[in-house]
Design a protein around this ligand. Structure first.
Ligand code: LER
Ligand code: MN
Length: 272
């Protein structure tokens, strides 16, 4: 069964980014539960920024899960990436992600590697960067397995990375790993820019997709742009996807409207 989730950002440096709720995890969780979401996705500034015990009891009270946790603060706050030419920065990036994996595993939630993948250029060519990325995915994927979670890797559009932009290239990357504990994030916003056909890309990615960012063509809430969701939802259902459709969308015109429009679209396309 595909379940609904909504993002909450606690990262100042990400302000203006594609997150529905901001700053107040408590208030966001309460509103998400009221609106009928199954889960929240947390974008935290550091692995220790969230009070785990208090959040666990809040989420238990609200009957909410944590769908996933983001690692992007390592990039936006500390400028870290897994493909940095400097080995110390690569190592610090992996450490940051490892600690976010540990944080997520407190909630049985996978960590997402998106912007932390970085990009190739200058003295670093693409094969070199992809080698570092694969090495990190193998190690961190196995670390996630030891924590009882999977690790999520997110292909991004060409303006955000030059490493992997499509689901098909993501599948090739994953197939060559030694670990089978890494799955892809199908972010419909990135896919709308890069894929020839979103539904076909999802069908071709069968078995490799572990998380979905549910968002419209303009990165507003699903239902506020021109994405054709019916074939996308059919492809996800028919390929047996049973993870979250998580709203990673701008808080436009405001958080509450973005959340409400999302849950209505979710019910329209994914409720059986
Ligand atoms: C970034 O564009 C994105 O989609 C996030 O999920 C990853 O940092
Ligand atoms: Mn995303």
């Amino acid at each position: 069964m595909i379940r609904s989730a909504v993002t909450v950002s606690l990262v100042d440096e990400a302000r203006g980014g594609p997150f529905v709720f901001w700053d107040d995890l408590n208030a966001a969780s309460r509103r998400a539960a009221e609106l009928g979401f199954d889960a929240i996705e947390i974008f935290a500034p550091s692995p220790s920024a969230v009070d785990v015990a208090a959040t666990k009891s809040l989420l238990q009270e609200l009957k909410l899960e944590v769908a996933a946790v983001g690692t992007g603060a390592g990039m936006v706050k500390h400028g870290l990436s897994l493909t940095d030419p400097n080995p110390e920065k690569r190592s610090a990036a992996a450490d940051f992600i490892r600690e976010i994996i540990d944080f997520g595993s407190e909630f049985k939630a996978p960590a997402i590697i998106g912007s932390m993948q970085g990009r190739w250029g200058g003295e670093i060519d693409r094969p070199k960067a992809l080698g570092w990325l694969s090495e990190a995915l193998n190690r961190l994927g196995e670390h996630a397995a030891s924590c009882g979670t999977i690790l999520i890797y997110e292909p991004l559009n060409r303006y955000e990375t030059n490493l992997i932009n499509t689901v098909a290239d993501g599948v090739s990357l994953l197939k060559a790993l030694s670990t089978s504990n890494v799955k892809l994030l199908a972010d419909l916003f990135h896919m709308n820019i890069e894929e020839d056909n979103l539904a076909t890309a999802i069908r071709d990615g069968e078995g490799f997709i572990g998380h979905v960012h549910f968002v419209d063509s303009n990165r507003k809430a699903a239902g506020m742009g021109h994405m054709d969701f019916a074939p996308i939802a059919a492809a996800l259902r028919e390929t047996g996807y049973d993870g979250y459709a998580s709203a990673e969308a701008f808080a436009k015109p405001d958080s509450d409207t973005a959340a409400r429009v999302t849950i209505e679209s979710f019910q329209q396309h994914f409720s059986t």
